[in-house]
Structure formats: C-alpha cells, structure tokens
Design a protein around this ligand. Structure first.
Ligand code: ZN
Length: 136
C-alpha cells in the first residue's frame, strides 16, 4: 500500500465522511479532507502546456471532473501549488454548494490555505502524481 492510501485509510478512521461533508464545507480554508473526498468522488488533475486562453494558469472543468494546470504560465513552485489549490477550491465549491463564487474570494482562500497549510497542495500533488517541472 502506498503512502497516499495509508493516509486516506488513516483519515477515514478518524472521521465520519458523511458527517464531515454535511457540515465542514463552509470553512475558509481548503483541507486535506476536501482533497481526499474529491479524489474519492473521481476528481482528476493533470498538467498540460497551455489552455485555450493563453494567459490562464489553471482551469476546473466541471463537465469532466478535472483540474488542469497550464505549465507554460506557471512561474515558480509556489505559483504551481497556489494554482492547484485555487482550482481545487473551485472544484470543492462546485461539488458542495452551487453558490456563485467570487474569483477574488477563491484566490484569497487559496493563498490563506497555502500559507497556513502548504501540506494540502503537496498532498494533492502526491495523490495526483503531478509535478512542477521547474522550467519557467
Ligand atoms: Zn479561479
């Protein structure tokens, strides 16, 4: 069993997922449990060179349950991680509440999450096996 699976098993033992889903998602930071839950629901993430909009760093595709990071627009490892968290927040918001979200609120939450708990981004990178290529 790899580390991610062990980690998921551990968290499942600690928390009741359904209770968690029901009450937790109004918090202001993305949590590792959010990432695990989305992963279990079938969310995927991948890195490509660029998106249709050449300035865009990342995209959440609700029709495909997919997050895409545009490597060509990523400037640093921190940028990569914050972009990933940002898109994961879009995905969580979409999957859990269909309220209209404001782009600056999503970015604020992404920065706060990454500053206070960078492990969320690192965990998501590990679980989705995506890496910052360091070229930019
Ligand atoms: Zn956004």
């Amino acid at each position: 069993m790899n580390n991610c699976k062990l980690f998921i098993k551990f968290y499942k033992q600690q928390f009741n997922l359904n209770k968690y889903k029901a009450k937790l998602f109004s918090t202001q930071m993305l949590k590792i449990m959010d990432v695990i839950w989305m992963y279990e629901e079938g969310m995927t993430a991948k890195v490509i060179s660029r998106l249709k909009n050449p300035d865009q760093k990342g995209e959440y595709r609700p029709d495909k349950d997919e997050i895409v990071i545009a490597a060509d627009n990523i400037k640093s490892e921190d940028d990569f991680n914050i972009t990933l968290v940002h898109e994961l927040i879009h995905a969580r918001n979409d999957l859990l509440y269909s309220k209209k979200e404001l782009e600056n609120e999503v970015e604020k939450e992404a920065l706060k999450t990454y500053n206070l708990n960078p492990g969320v981004a690192l965990f998501a990178r590990q679980i989705y096996k995506i890496d910052y290529n360091g070229k930019n």
